[in-house]
Write a protein that binds this ligand. Structure first.
Ligand code: HEM
Length: 479
């Protein structure tokens, strides 16, 4: 108790605030300098996320470590094997172009749908809904290949969406037994998610596993489905609790069903939710700044035909718009690290006298505040894509910070930084460019005072509290 009290004094650590979530003390970090020190200079001290990623554990006991995904697995050989598999599947820069057929098809369908809605001239649309409907099936195909029926894809999308909402609500019954009793229905419904995910994923896993032609059929337009690679990967048998990274025993095993379900949920949860959030925030700013739309159009109108990855890579203004949106509204609001010991506490600025409780503490890096640091940016709350163009204060700032300084980190930093940044931004830039090429985007013709409300809602994802509605008109030259 005295240990918790020692950490619970507000501002116990320089540049950080401390509070408690009923499980562990939380040290909140908003200062980019501390973030750099902790995640880059002393990466070895904070290289794992807390064991309890969610307010309530979905799997407990011995099965716990056998249901890890990349996010939850401790740093070490198993993490390395899983991360390499994901890279090999879709994330390596050399493979981004292979996504073209899938992405172009998803964008064409979205544009065709909007064209139909705009037949009467213009249409007012709920932006998040149409983006979700376009992005999720594309990611599902990256995961499973073709041939999964639309109903099954919709069921997976609805389940993962419900899960995200349930995680946000699970704070109510985290921590104490009394809270769980009070909210027992919701608590049981939350625990049931794991089983429902397994029900949806296992038939697809078994079908793929026992398909003798898998290795012949695996290429869908140059892209190997993520699930196929997961079925082939072998991870070290004995490193289940190895956080040190060493492994002398060469015995390997395939992934368990629990791990496969967890990895697929991670892929289908991490990708679409973050990308749709980023697309919605970007379009919201474009609705408010028609000048920025015009600048994107100048780039995209110069492209003849389909918007391939190679074209999108040559569009600096569109890139700047997406980076500015990610800086202001990082789709994952908080980055988590486990603070297991004194060394970990020291690198986030806690004095040497700080005593950690036996269960350690959690570090929460506030990505929104770090991206709006006034020492890094002039007028940090303003949406100004130009800062990322040549000569601007953000020139040279990449998706993931380099060793020198952190000015923003929407994809995290250091060893556990997001491996999906390149793929995600390529999708976001392409969708935004395609939508701006075809349509004019304007505020809705509502009677309320605020047409586009930029208030943020921080939960699992950072989303617009009032989902974006926009008036969409087909551009005359595209009619
Ligand atoms: C705009 C889109 C995305 C954003 C903003 C985003 C953001 C993040 C952040 C902030 C982290 C934590 C990093 C850290 O702790 O240092 C993370 C981790 C991760 N992301 Fe993403 N992400 C996005 C898209 C994706 C996509 C498309 C994938 C997969 C295809 C993906 C897979 C992962 C994985 C596996 C991790 C855990 C990495 C590890 O622990 O080694 N993300 N992401």
């Amino acid at each position: 108790i005295s240990a918790v009290a020692a950490l619970s004094r507000r501002r116990a650590c320089v540049g950080s605030a401390v509070h408690h979530d009923g499980q562990q003390p939380i040290i909140e970090i908003r200062d980019p300098t501390i973030a750099r020190r902790a995640l880059m200079d002393h990466a070895e001290a904070l290289c794992n996320r807390p064991l309890n990623l969610f307010p309530v554990a979905l799997v407990s006991g011995r099965r716990r470590r056998h249901s890890d995904n990349i996010t939850s697995v401790p740093y070490g050989p198993r993490w390395r094997a899983l991360r390499c598999t994901l890279n090999a599947a879709v994330l390596h820069p050399s493979r981004l172009g292979h996504m073209d057929p899938l992405r172009l098809e998803a964008m064409d369908n979205l544009v065709a749908d909007l064209r139909v809605r705009c037949r009467g001239g213009e249409s007012e649309i709920a932006v998040r809904d149409i983006l979700n409907a376009a992005v999720f099936p594309m990611v599902a195909r990256t995961c499973f290949g073709g041939g999964v029926d639309d109903g099954h894809v919709r069921a997976m999308r609805d389940l993962l969406r419900a899960f995200v909402l349930a995680v946000d609500g699970a704070k109510d019954f985290a921590g104490s037994k009394t809270a769980k009793l009070l909210h027992w229905r919701r608590w049981r419904r939350f625990l049931a998610f794991r089983g429902r995910q397994a029900q949806l994923f296992l038939p697809l896993i078994y079908a793929r596993r026992w398909n003798a032609d898998r290795h012949l059929l695996r290429h869908t337009g140059g892209l190997t489905p993520y699930l196929d690679l997961l079925l082939d990967v072998r991870v070290p048998v004995d490193d289940d609790d190895d956080t040190a990274g060493g492994n002398n025993n060469k015995a390997l095993r395939p992934l368990t069903d629990d791990e496969l379900v967890s990895l697929l949920s991670e892929f289908l949860g991490a990708g679409p939710g973050t990308m749709v959030s980023s697309m919605e925030w970007t379009l919201a700013h474009l609705v408010l700044q028609p000048e920025a739309q015009k600048n994107i159009r100048r780039e995209v109108d110069a492209v003849e035909g389909a918007l391939s990855e190679a074209h999108v890579r040559q569009m600096p203004y569109t890139r700047a718009v997406v980076l500015e949106s990610l800086r202001l509204h990082p789709p994952i609001p908080i980055l988590l690290r486990d603070v297991p010991d004194q060394a970990g506490a020291a690198v986030i600025g806690c004095p040497a006298t700080t005593v950690l409780p036996p269960e350690g503490a959690r570090a929460h890096f506030n990505l929104g505040e770090i991206g709006r640091d006034k020492n890094s940016w002039t007028d940090p709350n303003a949406f100004r894509p130009e800062r990322f163009l040549a000569g601007g204060e953000g020139e040279g700032v990449g998706l993931v910070p380099g060793p020198k300084e952190i000015k923003m980190m929407p994809f995290g930093a250091g060893r556990r930084a997001c491996p999906g940044g390149g793929l995600a931004t390529m999708h976001v830039k392409s969708f935004v460019a395609a939508l701006v090429r075809e349509f004019e985007w304007a505020p809705p013709s509502s009677e309320g005072d605020v047409d586009v409300d930029l208030t943020e809602l921080d939960g699992f994802f950072k989303v617009m509290k009032i989902p974006l509605r926009a008036r969409v008109t087909l551009r005359p030259q595209r009619a």
